[in-house]
Design a protein around this ligand. Sequence first.
Ligand code: NAD
Ligand code: UD1
Length: 320
Amino acid sequence: MDSPAIRDRTVLVTGGAGFIGSHLVDALTPYNDVRVLDDFSTGERARLPEDVTVIDGDVRDPIALQRAARGVDVIFHHAAIVSVTQSVDRPRQSNETNLGAGLLVLEQARQEDARVVVASSAAIYGHPDQLPVSETASANPTSPYGVQKLALDRYSQLYAELYDLPTVSLRYFNVYGPRQRGPYSGVIATFLEQARAGEPITIDGDGTQTRDFVHVSDVVRANLQAATTDAVGRAYNIGTGTRTSVGDLADTIRDAVGSSSRIVHRESRSGDIEHSVADVSRAERELGFEARVDLESGIHSLATEDEIATVPTEPGASDD
Ligand code: NAD
Ligand code: UD1
């Protein structure tokens, strides 16, 4: 059993009412003074424990951010417009949140002398030259979202070099798990909803595109490791190293739910990446990160609503 390596700190989670942010808040809350800055655009208040300080505000607003970040030791920056499709439809709007606000967070961290853990993305790589993709691969994003995340990822490393700010950029691959829902949520949540309702499962394109699906409990653990590592000013891939096609995913989910949903194909998405899978060796070596939940068990637990714990439970034990 492992415990959070971070304790007795004041921390801010931007986007803490969201899917990933709220799981992170659950893991941090028992041992730290936790604040959440969220505008509840996709986040939900009901996801947050009672003993968290909630600032209902926009991360693009420097005053709200200043108030939320006063005196914090660590900022976990998760607030973003996460849908690639939304960024294709409204690039300027998503840029303001995904890049503009990210820069404000880095500036605010300088004022507070706080560490920043940035939620970056595999979307920065675009169509990679080689698979699995390592952190040193060339970045050729295929969407405004990918460009915005790439710029923020680079800024966070630059702030470490120029201003000695301890930053860590976590490049998540495709995250899934409990609480992921809504019209712009990930493919696993969408397919599960469709399979449960007996509605057609909608595959974009031919379904041969692949992704590296990583469970949210693993992503939370990577954040806890990033909060204390000495290896700052670095970016890390956070995935499993295994890739799965969207077509196979549809079959697996249909079987796990025991659904008779039909599978239908639509146009492929504009800005979509074809193949994506992480080389996680840097995160293993430098953060001690290792994904523990394989896709089959992760989907099984979602289909049966048998939750995989995301909150470490033994305060006395050291992290492994
Ligand atoms: P989410 O939409 O559930 O969470 C985002 C949160 O940010 C929400 O609570 C939302 O209300 C809040 N938010 C949005 N705009 C805001 C604003 N202007 N001011 C304040 N709050 C705002 O998404 P998620 O899947 O939990 O993603 C969290 C982070 O991880 C994002 O930065 C995303 O880009 C990144 N990420 C996610 C994935 C994934 O597969 N889900 C993969 C790679 C990176
Ligand atoms: C996701 C994240 C993004 C993150 C990136 C990292 C969401 C909403 N997006 O983007 O924030 O940075 O991973 O890799 O979580 N698909 C279908 N049918 C559907 C829905 C999706 O076939 O009904 C397909 C898509 O066309 C795509 C794949 O499934 O090929 C994955 O889509 P999605 O879950 O939206 O994630 P990404 O675009 O990879």
